[in-house]
Design a protein around this ligand. Structure first.
Ligand code: AMP
Ligand code: MG
Length: 535
């Protein structure tokens, strides 16, 4: 078939290997239960009474070989609201467990996510389609299986924003209002309210999580554990070759590498996941489960957006790499029965550490315009982070400001000039005292010295920096503004943000307002500075 040939919805080709290759839960009723010796349960999405399409990702449509111009929008809406199935779709919910906040939680599973099937596109890429918020499944435990509009907007926008930033992530195809209302107590403080429900169609090559393996090991079901590992290697890691013990180890090592790469990207763009439980860790190293995530505004390594984590701050910005390693250790324990040796698994975990450090340093060097790191650049980068932390400094804006002036020609003794360059990155200008300005000057002089010694041209410096330091990220208050408007039936800001965030590294002067630092009114506002897990 021609590579660029577009398809209609009914022409999509499905290849549902997961359900063909792996054991199903034999019960077909949609009742909450503990599922044993199975990787998934068959379940249909619930009907949506009055679906309405709010937003669509054209890049994702294209990846599925669908043509936005000729798409049958009514049919599309019915399918992605969960009301109709396409030929080849065989909906199911995955069974998985996980460690939540450091404690084994037993069975979790897709409590409000239903996989419709895997599309194989013209380029033979696999895209698994999943409806999040499409009603209860056997894994819904005490909850209802639905998702509210506010969290669905956040998931939809952030998935696509992360993709355009170059961060490994699950994707989002569509955001649909279902017409149902659900009750949520947003801050678990005894104020439940009705909220509109919505469905996001998430898309990824695979939705398998660390927890899919953990649950089988916890049940001592080594036979199915082996089947799932073999399946995952054959389907998601085919380049590793036919599975055997050596390949299991190579596979685990690659998961370590991919996970490290993902976290380095998070650190580059200032993303805090917020709930890095092992059920929220993708086996492909993709950012998954956009819940109470947030974006750093002022550079504060201790910041977490998740109110549920406010005390321990387990999932704070600066702890993400360590938590990822802890989660990898849990995965190592889960696959141990296939390896029966600790040393090679420990070596892979050490590899994670070394590789992360090395990649983090390389990433920090690129943020400053350098092609590679060195011990001198590492010191420079660490010095900068101390400086950014010492007064409230917007991380995103700072790096763009640093690329906005002529480094060799600027007179750093001129305090006014310095203040004018950096004015818009400081949240509390009164913190900018003489001592701070002296430190900033000293840092800039050292930075200039290193650039000169490496003969780094201004053009190269600026080009390098602006290709890794985004101008536009999904600032917490922007997402909240879009949510507030959507609550009144106005979805234009969702669409506008989606559009701006398609080109996060471009200047887009007409969209400057979306690059502004958090306004003061948003400092302590719910949704802007803090979020709960309620969604
Ligand atoms: P999360 O914190 O989103 O990663 O979810 C943790 C677990 O709770 C997963 O098993 C979810 O499927 C489940 N869950 C979260 N919200 C709901 C809901 N509204 N209905 C059913 N299950 C849910
Ligand atoms: Mg989850």
């Amino acid at each position: 078939m021609h590579k660029n040939l577009k398809k209609t919805l009914t022409e999509l080709v499905f290849d549902n290997r997961f359900t063909h290759c792996l054991p199903a839960d034999p019960l077909l009723t949609n009742r909450r239960r503990q599922v044993k010796n199975a990787c998934f349960s068959w379940v249909d999405p619930a009907d949506s009474s009055n679906p309405e399409l709010i937003a669509l990702s054209h890049e994702m449509l294209n990846a599925l070989d669908l043509d936005p111009e000729t798409l049958d929008s009514q049919h599309f809406l019915q399918v992605f609201a969960g009301n109709q199935l396409l030929p080849g779709m065989q909906p199911y919910a995955m069974c998985y467990g996980g460690h939540q906040f450091g404690h084994w939680a037993g069975q979790l599973g897709d409590g409000r996510a239903i996989i419709l099937g895997d599309v194989i596109n013209n380029e033979r890429q696999r895209w698994s389609l999943q409806l999040k918020g499409a009603g209860p499944t056997p894994y819904s435990r005490t909850a209802d299986g639905y998702a509210v509009l506010r969290s669905s907007i956040r998931e939809f926008l952030c998935s696509e924003a992360m993709f355009h930033l170059g961060v490994p992530t699950t994707r989002a195809l569509s955001l649909v209002l279902s017409g149902e209302k659900v009750v949520r107590d947003m801050f678990y403080d005894g104020h439940p309210e009705y909220e509109p429900a919505a469905i996001v169609c998430r898309v990824a090559p695979s939705f398998t999580r660390f927890g899919n393996f953990q649950i089988l090991t916890a049940q001592n079901d080594i036979e199915n554990l082996t089947r799932l590992v073999d399946y995952t290697i054959q389907t998601d890691y085919p380049h590793l070759g036919p599975p055997d013990k050596q390949v299991y180890l190579e596979w685990f090592r690659e998961i370590c590498t991919r996970t490290a790469d993902m976290v380095v990207h998070w650190m580059r763009v200032g993303f805090v996941h917020g709930v890095m439980n092992t059920d929220n860790m993708s086996i492909l190293g993709l950012t998954i489960d956009y819940g109470p995530y947030g974006w750093l505004e002022n550079y504060d390594p201790d910041w977490t957006p998740n109110t549920t984590d406010a005390n321990g701050r387990r999932y704070r910005f600066s702890n993400q790499s360590q938590i990822a390693q802890w989660n990898l250790l849990q995965l190592a324990e889960a696959i141990y029965p296939l390896i029966n040796e600790t040393t090679p698994l420990e070596l892979a975990l050490q590899h994670y550490n070394n590789y992360y450090q090395q990649q983090w340093q390389a990433m920090m060097a690129t943020k400053l315009g350098f092609a590679h790191s060195s011990s001198e650049i590492e010191m420079l980068a660490k010095g900068l982070l101390k400086l950014l932390e010492s007064i409230e400094t917007d991380m995103t804006l700072f790096y763009r400001a640093l690329a906005s002036f002529d480094l060799p020609e600027t007179d750093f003794e001129d305090n006014e000039l310095l203040q004018s360059i950096f004015a818009k990155v400081w949240y509390q200008p009164e913190q900018v005292d003489a001592s701070y300005l002296d430190q900033l000057k000293a840092w800039l002089i050292q930075y200039r010295k290193i650039c000169t010694s490496l003969a780094l041209s201004e053009a190269d410096r600026v080009q390098q920096m602006n290709s890794v330091n985004p101008k536009y990220v999904l600032r917490n208050y922007l997402a909240q503004q879009a949510i507030d408007k959507a609550g009144q039936g106005d979805y234009t800001m969702v669409q506008e943000l989606l559009e701006v965030l398609r080109r996060p590294y471009d200047e887009q002067p007409e969209k400057e307002i979306f690059a502004a630092k958090r306004p003061e009114w948003a400092r302590h506002r719910a949704g802007c500075s803090m979020l709960s897990c309620s969604s």
